[in-house]
Structures are given as C-alpha cells and as structure tokens.
Write a protein that binds this ligand. Structure first.
Ligand code: ZN
Length: 248
C-alpha cells in the first residue's frame, strides 16, 4: 500500500475518534438534562401517591367527624324519646332516629371504603418510594458513567491531536493538503473505501479501469464526485485499523 494512503486512512480514523469525543462533550449537557428530567418524573410520581395518602386521611377525618355528629344526634333523640307525651311526638321522634341511623350506616360504609383505599394507597406509596430509590441509584450510576465518558473524551481530544500531528508530519505535504481541504469541505470524512465499484461515501460508480488501478492501493486518487481520497477495501487492513467489511 502507498505509505501516504495508509497514513491518511489512519488519519481519518483519528479524525473519526476525535469527532466521537467532540460529540460526547457536546451532548453532555443534554444528557445531564435527560437524567435530571427522569429523576424529577420519578419524584413527581412519588409525590402524587403521597398526596393521595394525605387526601385519604383528610377524608377519613371528615367522615369520622360526621359520624360522631350523627351518633350524638341519635343519642339525643333517644333521650328525647323517653320524654314524649303523645303518640304523634313519639312517631316524629322515631322518624328522626331512623334518619340518623340511616345516615350513620352511610357514613360507616364510606369509612370502610376509605380504609380499604388507605391500604391500597399505602402500598402504592411504598412501591413508589422503592421505585424512586431504585431510580435515584440508577440515575447516580448513569451520572458517574457520564462523568467518566466526559473525562475520557476530554483526554482523548488532546491525545488524538498529538497523534494526528505526529502522523501528519510523516505525510507528504501535497497529500496532506488534499486531506485537510476535503476534510474541511466534507466536515467529517476525507477518505472513503471503494465498495462494489462505488465510492462508499457518495455512491458514485467508479470506472472499472479506475477500480482496477485502485485495487493495489498504490495511488492517491480522489473521487471525481465528492473529492474524497479513495482506497480499495479488500486488502488486509494495516495494523491497528479496523477496516469495515464490504456489505456484499
Ligand atoms: Zn465520492
């Protein structure tokens, strides 16, 4: 393989790694925000369940108050029943007693419903608390992982810049100039493998005669369409390279 071709392929790999590191750094605030939002959502779920428990207990106190009031009325009517003089008064008092008894039964039913709901809501609160604890731990682990990725990315930027400079120093200046110009123009990639007779970056069909010339990877040849430096991929990759396999 042409030594410069081998070097620009390696240079491209360094550029790819640097791009991944830059993206990790750029994406970090958004990922932090996602983590914070997920934690807030878990906290809100817990708050909703806790609020339901508070509401249940408040409703229960209201029912107990109403129940006590009806029981007081009932015992007052029973006392008055002893003192009635006429049959008519007796019947009226009986009616009041029946009404109070019906009201007491109604409040007792409601109280039972509230107690059943209390058990359910208490269980939900416990489940939400556990889920929240679990989410908090998972969130912290993800934050720690993110911090490691960020510091790795920052370290990689410096290391890759040094690697790039050392590698670039060994590339003949005209070839390096082509690489840098195409990289600037194409943003991320300046080198592309030929696959199935096409430039794998822009997909243009390469003339068979050119493909034949490229087959030995002994020439520096730019794609006529996208200007990237082309290489033929079927050759074994140079050491340290993970050349992708053709998709045929
Ligand atoms: Zn191309």
């Amino acid at each position: 393989m042409h030594p410069d071709l081998e070097r620009v392929i390696h240079l491209q790999q360094i550029e790819d790694a640097a791009e991944r590191a830059r993206r990790t750094i750029a994406d970090e605030p958004a990922r932090q925000q996602q983590l914070a939002a997920a934690l807030e959502a878990a906290r809100q779920t817990l708050e909703i369940e806790r609020a339901r428990l508070v509401a249940n207990q408040a409703a229960r106190r209201e029912i107990e108050k109403a129940l006590a009031m009806q029981q007081a009325r009932l015992s007052k009517f029973r006392d008055q029943l002893m003192e009635v003089k006429t049959n008519r008064e007796y019947q009226a008092m009986q009616k009041e007693i029946e009404t109070a008894q019906a009201e007491i039964r109604k409040q007792e039913d409601r109280l039972l419903e509230q107690m059943i709901e209390f058990d359910e809501v208490t269980l939900h609160v416990k489940q939400a608390e556990q889920a929240h604890l679990h989410d908090q731990a998972a969130n912290e682990a993800e934050r720690a992982q993110l911090a490691v990725q960020l510091s790795d990315a920052k370290a990689a930027i410096g290391r890759l810049a040094a690697e790039r400079a050392a590698l670039a120093a060994g590339i003949s200046p005209p070839v390096l100039a082509v690489f840098d110009r195409v990289l600037k123009y194409r943003k991320i990639s300046a080198v592309a493998p030929v696959r199935a007779g096409r430039c794998s970056a822009c997909q243009i069909l390469i003339r068979p005669q050119t493909v034949n010339e490229l087959r030995r990877n002994e020439i520096i040849f730019q794609c006529e369409s996208c200007l990237r430096i082309l290489y033929y991929e079927d050759l074994p990759a140079a050491p340290g390279q993970a050349a992708p396999r053709p998709a045929e």
